[in-house]
Write a protein that binds this ligand. Sequence first.
Ligand SMILES: Cc1cc2nc3c(=O)[nH]c(=O)nc-3n(C[C@H](O)[C@H](O)[C@H](O)COP(=O)(O)O)c2cc1C
Length: 152
Amino acid sequence: MSVLVAYYSRTDITKKVAEEIAGRLNADVEEITSKVKYDGKIGYARAGKDAMTAKIIKIGDLKYNPSDYDTVYLGVPVWAGKAATPLISYIKQNEGKFNNVKFFVTAGSSGFESTFDQLEEFIGKAPLKTLALTTKEVKKEEYKNKLDSFLE
Ligand SMILES: Cc1cc2nc3c(=O)[nH]c(=O)nc-3n(C[C@H](O)[C@H](O)[C@H](O)COP(=O)(O)O)c2cc1C
């Protein structure tokens, strides 16, 4: 079974989970980058505003075509109760190219369900599985059991 892990991460929390998933499944990895600057204080404010309006932004060049994979794992942080805009933009850019999908989402504490709903709406299909992890769980590496069942 071919697997692609496609993710966006602003501060490397989601990245850590993405790399672990890819390592365990021997998957290809697409790190989605943003052409809009979301770093620093101004970037943080812009990120929240753009997420609230589900703004479609420019993302960096991609290496892989999601339609070449049986399953695509999509990873994203929660921004203002929504998915971070670079991942939404990636989905939009690859409309109709997803076979099976699984979502993994990180957040400080809340917004997981609304983010899963938004991802499902943009992709137009329900995920096989979802994984919700707090920033703290990822930092402290307290997610191995959850990850095991997510990967099954
Ligand atoms: C603009 C912005 C908005 C955020 N909104 C939320 C939120 O609504 N709920 C929450 O629990 N965490 C929120 N966070 C925190 C991130 O979801 C959390 O730190 C995440 O693990 C960061 O992942 P990353 O390092 O992969 O970017 C927000 C972060 C940013 C930058």
